[in-house]
Design a protein around this ligand. Structure first.
Ligand code: IMP
Length: 192
């Protein structure tokens, strides 16, 4: 498939990961800035899907080009799914892992389950849909480990390593974003 999409985000890490995942599938992503959309829509939805649709619709309205948006976050079982849709606002950037470890300090091993969730919204002139993805079998560790990735990756354990200890290639095989973007690819294949 040869296709060019705009990604409605100002988050360079999300854009990089999505590019790495979609490029081998023949989908080229340009950033919203490259498409001329200098906006940051208010993410006032209460679900990942609502927020992803808000962003994709806003950038499509500005550019008129087929647009995708990612809304994602970390859902921790022992915290009833928090920080969830509020993951970006849980703590100042760079302090989210420390705050989470502090909040989890008395939680025993068997109750430290967590997942990353991602919803991708797609909007063009005649189609709107969402696809979702989640990581499987994750746990919150006891210390920050690794320097790859971003956000909560240094405390998110998959097996005996954190996502921040994995290469981009390894993370992109198992991440919530990869699952959702592969779902997007399958839907786009049906469309063309
Ligand atoms: P939003 O989708 O812009 O509301 O922000 C999602 C937030 O969730 C990010 O700022 C990160 O803190 C967190 N997040 C989403 N995906 C990942 C990931 O792949 N690794 C680590 N943190 C993530």
């Amino acid at each position: 498939m040869q296709k060019k999409l705009v990604m409605a985000t100002n988050n360079a890490n999300k854009l990089r990961e999505a590019r790495e995942i979609l490029a081998p599938l023949g989908i080229e992503l340009i950033s919203q800035k490259e498409a001329g959309a200098y906006i940051e829509p208010e993410e006032n939805g209460t679900t990942f899907a609502e927020n992803a649709l808000i962003k994709a619709r806003a950038v499509f309205a500005e550019t008129g080009l087929p647009t995708i948006a990612d809304d994602s976050g970390l859902c921790v079982d022992a915290l009833d799914g928090r920080p969830g849709v509020y993951s970006a606002r849980y703590a100042p950037k760079g302090e989210e892992c420390a705050k989470l470890l502090e909040e989890m300090k008395d939680i025993p091993d068997e109750k430290r389950g967590a997942s990353f969730q991602c919803v991708i919204a797609y909007v063009d002139a005649d189609t709107v849909f969402t696809v979702s993805g989640a990581t499987i079998g994750g746990k919150i560790g006891y210390e920050e480990r690794g320097t790859n990735g971003f956000g909560y990756d240094p405390v998110f354990m998959c097996g005996d390593r954190t996502l921040a200890e994995m290469s981009a290639e390894e993370k992109n095989k198992i991440s919530h974003r990869a699952v959702a973007l592969n779902g997007l690819y399958e839907k786009l294949k049906e469309k063309v």
